[in-house]
Design a protein around this ligand. Structure first.
Ligand code: DP6
Length: 345
């Protein structure tokens, strides 16, 4: 156990969001946060959460600030529970100042829980004096948010479900670095009036496991689909990849819609985007693009650099699309600074 005096007290890390091409949806062991299936994602460039954790023996309870305002309720509880886990690992009882800022709108559906908890896992563990490997960080981050395990790494990432009951073979690992496929683009369509998530994905997915008649079928279909998606990524084969990620997204949406009560994350604009991508591919006679979405209304459309401008203009013109971003695969966690003392507000 590290002595209090030897702890590095403060650390700041940046972490990116990621978008899943094979979705995590369903927990087989809630205590250890183990998923039913392995998932695959692309880490996104330009967007990030920056989180500073400063342990302070003079502080009576954790002080959590998110995007410039004190956090309360569920978001604060999530951070405090996470810090408790880190304190247990490090053998300290000190409270901490936590500040976290996104350079994109929180709860915009751009996976701020993934970037936020990946940055928190790195900053809290480092500030508490722990030196965790990237793999161990991915295992820690999943206790905040499952998808956060993948935001530790850049590029193309797999979160392995594993089979061991103790979770020791459940971790994220990099498949390819961010420069593996320089021509790949993610055209993100931010949809107006996207409802703010009321139920955390963690809870929504368990409703699916319990009630969706389609869930077992999805689990059977996933292993071969994951192999094909990873193979298409490895070969930079857009024609193979785009239809596969649309199938996967449709399968994810089907289990949401057959959950009781039904989970419907899309707006009419999101649905119009999906239809337009299908139509573009049909008219071109090839897979120009492939859509995916998470538990939210915004849509990510993967395409190649040469088609990205056209895809962006065409989909951006659909009524109800507020903003478009064109992102690339990006780097993973990055240390911004650490030291003793930290800042004392
Ligand atoms: C549909 O890991 O974000 O985005 O623990 O509630 O934060 P919470 O869940 P989270 O769930 C991700 C669900 C998904 C698919 C994915 O990212 O793999």
């Amino acid at each position: 156990m590290p002595r209090a005096g030897s702890l590095r007290r403060s650390a700041t890390f940046d972490a990116p969001p990621n978008i899943a091409l094979v979705k995590y949806w369903g927990v087989r062991d809630p205590r250890l946060g183990l998923p039913f299936n392995s998932s695959v994602s692309v880490t996104l460039d330009r967007l990030r959460s920056r989180t500073t954790v400063a342990f302070d023996p003079a502080l009576r309870e954790d002080a959590v600030e998110i995007n410039g305002a004190p956090a309360t309720g569920g978001p604060r509880d999530g951070v405090v529970h996470f810090l408790d886990r880190v304190r247990t690992m490090a053998g300290t009882t000190d409270a901490a100042h936590v500040t976290s800022e996104n350079n994109f709108p929180t709860a915009s559906g751009l996976a701020s829980s993934a970037s936020g908890f990946a940055a928190l896992a790195a900053a809290a563990s480092r500030a508490a004096g722990l030196r965790l490997t990237p793999r161990a960080l991915s295992q820690l981050a999943r206790f905040g948010s499952g998808s956060a395990s993948r935001s530790v790494f850049g590029g193309f990432v797999e979160w392995r479900a594993g089979t061991r009951p103790d979770g020791s073979d459940c971790y994220a690992r990099p498949l390819h670095p961010e420069d593996h496929w320089p021509a790949l683009r993610d055209v993100v369509l931010l949809v107006r009036g996207a409802p703010v998530k009321e139920v955390r994905s963690k809870d929504a997915m368990q409703a699916t496991v319990r009630t969706s008649s389609e869930y077992r079928r999805r689990l059977r279909e996933l292993p071969p689909r994951l192999v094909r998606i990873e193979r298409a990524i490895g070969a930079r084969d857009a024609r193979a990849l785009f239809p596969l990620i649309m199938d996967e997204c449709d399968s994810f949406r089907a289990v949401c819609e057959t959950t009781r009560p039904s989970l419907d994350y899309l707006t009419s604009t999101s649905r119009a985007i999906l239809a337009e991508v299908r139509e573009m591919n049909r008219a071109a006679g090839r897979a120009v693009a492939g859509y995916t979405h998470d538990a939210g209304a915004h849509v990510h459309v993967f395409t190649l650099a040469r088609d990205a401008g056209r895809v962006r203009r065409r989909l951006g013109a659909i009524p109800g699309v507020d903003r478009t971003l064109v992102l690339r695969p990006g780097p993973g966690l990055r240390e911004v600074g650490s030291g003793r003392g930290g800042r004392r507000p």
